[in-house]
Write a protein of this length. Structure first.
Lengths: 327, 324
């Protein structure tokens, strides 16, 4: 039996991960810690586990791994505490909005000899796994360009608060695609230009709600990426991850969450997409459990998280400088 | 009014039909390739010639329609203006802003009318997109995504594959979207572009643009001449209270012909309308000549479109944004 704890339900993905831990055989969601007592207690009740308000006490428990889903800027201190307690760690993305913090987290886990994973569940979406396999098998020849999107609805709350999130939509919705590209091609990003705005929510947000990025990877591949909270409340789903690849032997387009059926219900105010197929979160969580059993790093490691943060940090630098910058 | 059509390729054939349908007489078809000129002339009962420049001097001609490769636009416009003819010119206006300015000067001096075919302004779907955006239905528009892509026209041996002549997909094809953005959302502030312009191992171009408008709107435009088949247009307008999306792949008509070839058949989408956008641009031009009512596209608009595409290509070369 692998015992797992969850630290903070500030990020809504914690609810999905908790359900996944509960669904996996041989795994026990042993406890929840949250700096928001009410939220933590409610989650403990929902997922049939116990709530602990004291972090030291929580980390002295018998669980072997923790999943951290706090506000972005709190990731570092929580990872450092969990690492010091010898726990395997799965940290919600972005690993950190700050490159310095992200690197410190990796270092802390190395020193404590624990595994650190960045939560990039897209790596476990069968649509994207197929994309990776087919591109790496050479089906589309050499890939010269890619156009990507990661749009979403506005998550509101701390996500749109610079102090807690460390950035806006450009931060929130760039790291997935950056990680996917690095994972598919085993190459690093070298250059980025970014235009961003806070103009889709009548300036009610304290951060950017949209970023249009033009990037370059090692070898010169040109990549565009749109990160936004541009899906309105009336949109039939939360958002998307799409990628178009231009290769010497052909083109490939993927709508990663396009496995859906359309639902028109008079009980809802909008039409909806109901998804079918695999749940990528389950794959992510399963890999994390396996990494604990095998005492290895999770599939997307802390280093991968650092690399993704390096790109978003450079994107914000480009916004400020008004020009393309090296990563 | 009698029309001289110079350039009897793909766009020339299209314009020949629109000329005849808009109540004009296609009098002369000119193309360096005689068979192309003859074939089109026969269809419309026109005269076929190989020397377009010389045909411009013909006294019976009222309008010169130019559908040649882009670098030939300037000398033809200059000659037509000198001869006092009105001019219909396929986009892009000219290959460079400098050439556009020279053409404008010639047209102004001669006092003739010049229309450049930015036909996307006349496409029904783009009209509806524009109306919906302007109606306030999705609140304040903050973000626009446009996509236009398909095959490199006429294959690697065509003049389109000579990026020096055509300016690639950015100058020849994406210019439609750049023009429509300015038409709908006002002046651009700065532009960033990445353009592939490959000739080895295959001819293909793929252009990715981020453009900031003066009013703050961010536009992301993708243009492709990198697809092995098909043609697709997508548009998405994001506002503070909603989103408007269009995708040509969701056409009301799709057909697929049985094919003997090894590569199989292709789905061909279509969206029929009673009045083709190409006819609408011709009717707008003719009305300008007849009544003086300004058309939807001015020569200054056409120059500005070239300026945007040129700035994009400069950005692609330097790797930095270009301000307007």
């Amino acid at each position: 039996m692998v015992n797992i704890g969850i630290m903070s339900f500030a990020h809504m993905h914690a609810y999905s991960y908790a359900a996944c831990f509960n669904a996996l055989p041989g795994v026990k969601l042993a406890g929840i810690w949250d700096d928001d007592k009410k939220r933590g207690q409610a989650a403990a009740k929902q997922f049939n586990t116990t709530y602990t308000g004291n972090l030291t006490q929580f980390l002295s428990g018998k669980m072997e791994g923790v999943c951290i889903c706090s506000e972005n800027v709190k990731h570092r201190s929580m990872v450092e505490e969990a690492a010091a307690a010898g726990k395997w760690i799965l940290c919600e993305k972005p690993l950190s909005p700050s490159l310095e913090d992200a690197k410190a987290m990796v270092k802390a886990c190395k020193q404590a000899k624990v595994g650190l994973g960045a939560a990039f569940p897209c790596r476990f979406a069968p649509t994207l796994m197929a994309v990776r396999d087919r591109i790496r098998a050479g089906e589309f020849g050499e890939i010269y360009a890619a156009s990507c999107t990661n749009h979403g609805q506005s998550p509101g709350g701390w996500f749109a608060d610079d102090v807690l999130a460390g950035g806006g939509a450009t931060m929130d919705h760039t790291v997935h695609v950056v990680d996917l590209m690095r994972w598919i091609f085993d190459r690093e990003f070298t250059k980025v230009h970014c235009e961003s705005g806070n103009q889709l929510h009548k300036k009610t947000l304290k951060t950017d709600d949209l970023g249009s990025l033009n990037l370059e990877m090692e070898g010169g591949m040109q990549v565009s990426h749109l990160a936004s909270w541009s899906r309105p409340k009336s949109y039939p789903t939360w958002g998307d991850v799409t990628m178009e690849f231009i290769g010497s032997k052909g083109v490939l387009y993927v709508d990663a969450f396009g496995q859906k059926v359309n639902v028109y219900s008079d009980r809802a105010a909008r039409s909806e997409w109901a998804s079918y197929g695999d749940n990528p979160d389950l794959g992510l969580v399963h890999d994390f459990i396996e990494s604990i059993r095998e005492r290895r790093s999770p599939c997307a490691s802390g280093e991968d998280g650092v690399a993704a943060t390096a790109v978003t940090v450079a994107a914000y630098k480009s916004i400020k400088a008004g020009k393309a910058v090296r990563i | 009014m009698n029309v001289l059509l110079i350039g009897c390729g793909g766009m020339g054939r299209m314009h020949a039909e629109m000329i005849s349908r808009s109540g004009l007489t296609l009098a002369v078809c000119a193309d360096e390739a005689r068979p192309a000129a003859v074939a089109l002339a026969q269809k419309y009962g026109a005269k076929a010639v190989t020397d377009g420049l010389k045909a411009i001097e013909n006294k019976n001609i009222d309008i010169v329609a130019i559908a040649t490769p882009t670098p030939e636009h300037l000398p033809l416009i200059k000659a037509a203006a000198r001869a006092g003819k009105h001019i219909f010119c396929e986009k892009p206006f000219c290959r460079t802003v400098k050439e556009c300015e020279a053409a404008l000067a010639a047209v102004d001096k001669a006092g003739v009318k010049l229309f450049v075919g930015h036909v996307v302004r006349y496409f029904h779907e783009f009209e509806t997109l524009r109306e919906q955006a302007k109606s306030g239905r999705i609140g304040e528009v903050g973000f626009v995504k446009l996509y236009r892509g398909g095959l490199l026209p006429n294959g690697p041996k065509s003049w389109f594959a000579d990026y020096k002549k055509s300016g690639g997909v950015t100058m020849d094809c994406m210019i439609h979207d750049l023009d429509w953005l300015r038409y709908t959302f006002g002046e651009p502030k700065r532009i960033f572009c990445q353009a592939l312009m490959k000739s080895k191992p295959v001819f293909m171009d793929y252009s990715q643009v981020t453009m900031r408008m003066k009013n703050g709107i961010i536009a992301t435009v993708i243009g492709s001449w990198a697809h092995p088949a098909g043609f697709r247009v997508k548009a998405e307008l994001c506002g503070s209270e909603g989103l408007i999306a269009y995708d040509s792949a969701e056409a009301p008509l799709t057909s697929m012909l049985r094919s003997e070839s090894a590569t199989g058949s292709m789905i061909v989408p279509s969206s029929p309308v009673s009045e083709s956008p190409y006819l609408r641009e011709w009717l707008d031009f003719v009305q300008w000549i007849d009544t003086g009512k300004c058309p939807r596209v001015s020569p200054a608009d056409a120059l500005k479109a070239v300026a945007m595409a040129e700035a994009a290509l400069t950005s692609a070369r330097t790797g930095q944004p270009v301000a307007f």
